[in-house]
Structures are given as structure tokens and as C-alpha cells.
Design a protein around this ligand. Structure first.
Ligand SMILES: Nc1ncnc2c1ncn2[C@@H]1O[C@H](COP(=O)(O)OP(=O)(O)O)[C@@H](O)[C@H]1O
Ligand SMILES: [Mg+2]
Length: 291
């Protein structure tokens, strides 16, 4: 469907599912009908500063795609561009193309609020509202105007986030009293409650202990049956454990301006990236020769 139709059609998201992706990528093991995102020559700027460039990625449905690389290489910036969260930063803008289900995500007529409902986000630090567990999960559906069936949405979201058994007897208690790992699963339940297709996770385990981290990793493996997941992680072992494909980003320093720009160096299956990468910079990073 074209942008004109998007502008006039309330059911744009349903229709997006029928759109044909621009690139097929069969040669890299992608199934054309199942390409959720198609980023080509994407750069993200903050004002004049190009924070990251050369983002060429197809994202396959119901896979886990990991973004790794040194601090400052633009992982969070790229992740936020995938659900227009960068729109909330006044200086941020994208160049290049980013298709979601074949539709230009940055077409001015695409509604960013609907985009963020379809493409949910989980942050590094769990950020529950100072409200009850129930109200945290019900928040998104309520904002969207839903009144009926909230109990069912809350229960099924908490079940999918592997949290139901721990909280079912205290749904009216404050979410603030939960452990960090529980709060992070609550953040996932909250995203799930809005019925997204994609979950973006920005270092979701970096504030958690190893046991809580393992639970989130197990949960991600379960969620993959239903959702497409992109995860930023600074933990290479985590990327290797949980993801199907991995994108390695690096940083280049411009000698005259001393500006650092992130770039996508290599994007392939996780198995290949960690065992037999094509690019020497990837090799150096995964073997610890470069931080
Ligand atoms: N809101 C912002 N305004 C200006 N520059 C930013 C902003 N957020 C990030 N940057 C810059 O963009 C680059 C990439 O940052 P980021 O995406 O946070 O990297 P990573 O997540 O890989 O550590 C860095 O140079 C950072 O300083
Ligand atoms: Mg980051």
C-alpha cells in the first residue's frame, strides 16, 4: 500500500501486514513475506552530528536479532529509530530508508503513537509506574481506550512475561516493591499488553543479577514463538546465547574533526558472526582485541 492510503486508512497496521517488502534477501536466509523491517543506508543524526551510519538490515519475523558493539557506537540510537522513539529527541532525525512491513516508518502520515504500540520497547532500567501491578499492565490498553476485558489482558500478559504465578495474589500491591528482575518482567508484560508485533529491548539485563538475567533470557526464547525481538546488549555471550542474527557496530573517529561516528560493520547469523566473521573488525571485537 502506498503512503496515500496509509493516511486515510485507520486499519493501516493490519494492512501493513499485507504489504510486500522492498528487498527479499532470500540469499541470506530471509523469507520475503516474513521481513518485518528493512533498513537501507539508514543514518541517524543528532543535529549535524551523524551518530551512526551504514545501517543495512533486514529483520526476520519471530527471530531474535542482537545489536552489539562498543559503547557509543549507536546501538541505542538505532534501536530507538525502529519505533520512532527518537522523535522524542528534538534534534534527532534519520536519513535513508526504514520500512516496517513494506511501509516507510518515517512517512509523515504514519502515526508514531500507533507505531510504538505495535513496536514496544523495554528499557535498561525497569521503570514501573508508582501504581499497582495490575494498573501497570493495564496502562497501555486503558490509554488506547479499552475498558472491557482488562482482567484477561492483565492475566495473559503477566503469564506471557512469566510473572503471573509470582504476583497473581497481589495484583493490587505497588509495583515498586518488586525485585529488579520482577520489575523487568513487568516492563515486558506492560509492552505485551498493548498487543505488539515487535519488542525492542535496550540492555534489558544490564541492571540484573545473573539469576534474574537467566530468567529473562529463558523468557525471550519463549516470546520468540509470538514476537519479533531486537535486543541491544553489551554482553557478547548473551547475544550468542539468545539471538538468531547479530549486528556488530563499531566506531570510527574522524581525524580532522575528532568526531566519532558509529557504523554497522557486519550483520549475519549469530553462528557465523561468532565463529567465522567476514570482517577483521568483528573478529578483533569478539576475540577481545578491541573494546
Ligand atoms: N540525545 C542525544 N543527543 C545527542 N547525541 C546523542 C544523544 N544520544 C546519543 N547521542 C550520541 O550518539 C552516539 C551513539 O550513542 P548511543 O546510541 O547511546 O550508543 P550506544 O547505545 O551504542 O552506547 C554517541 O556519540 C552519543 O553521545
Ligand atoms: Mg546504549
Amino acid at each position: 500500500m502506498n503512503a496515500e492510503e496509509i493516511a486515510t486508512d485507520d486499519s493501516v497496521v493490519t494492512d501493513m501486514a499485507d504489504a510486500v517488502p522492498a528487498t527479499t534477501g532470500q540469499d541470506r536466509g530471509f523469507v520475503a513475506e516474513d521481513i518485518v523491517f528493512d533498513a537501507s543506508d539508514l543514518s541517524v543524526y543528532y543535529g549535524d552530528f551523524r551518530a551512526v551510519r551504514d545501517v543495512n538490515m533486514l529483520i526476520q519475523r519471530k527471530e531474535i536479532t542482537a545489536l552489539i558493539g562498543p559503547s557509543g557506537c549507536g546501538k541505542s540510537t538505532v534501536l530507538r529509530s525502529f519505533n520512532r522513539m527518537n522523535d522524542l529527541i528534538p534534534t534527532a532525525r534519520v536519513e535513508g530508508n526504514l520500512l516496517y512491513r513494506g511501509v516507510d516508518l518515517y512517512d509523515p502520515r504514519v502515526d508514531p503513537v500507533e507505531v510504538r504500540r505495535r513496536i514496544g520497547m523495554v528499557f535498561q532500567k525497569p521503570n514501573p509506574f508508582p501504581k499497582s501491578i495490575y494498573d501497570n499492565v493495564a496502562y497501555g490498553p486503558r490509554v488506547a481506550g479499552r475498558k472491557k476485558g482488562l482482567d484477561d489482558v492483565v492475566e495473559s500478559s503477566l503469564k506471557k512475561a512469566a510473572l503471573w504465578d509470582e504476583v497473581k495474589d497481589r495484583l493490587q500491591e505497588s509495583a515498586i516493591g518488586m525485585s529488579g528482575g520482577q520489575q523487568q518482567r513487568l516492563s515486558i508484560a506492560r509492552a505485551i499488553a498493548s498487543d505488539p508485533e515487535v519488542l525492542l529491548m535496550d540492555e534489558p539485563c544490564s541492571a540484573l543479577d545473573p539469576i534474574a538475567t537467566a530468567r529473562i533470557e529463558e523468557l525471550m526464547a519463549e516470546l520468540k514463538d509470538e514476537y519479533t525481538i531486537l535486543i541491544v546488549t553489551h554482553n557478547m555471550q548473551q547475544a550468542a546465547r539468545v539471538s538468531d542474527r547479530t549486528a556488530f557496530f563499531s566506531v570510527e573517529v574522524d581525524e580532522t574533526s575528532d568526531r566519532r561516528t558509529g557504523l554497522l560493520v557486519e550483520y549475519t547469523t549469530t553462528e557465523k558472526l561468532f565463529s567465522n566473521p567476514d570482517d577483521e573488525r568483528t573478529e578483533n571485537y569478539i576475540t577481545g582485541r578491541f573494546g
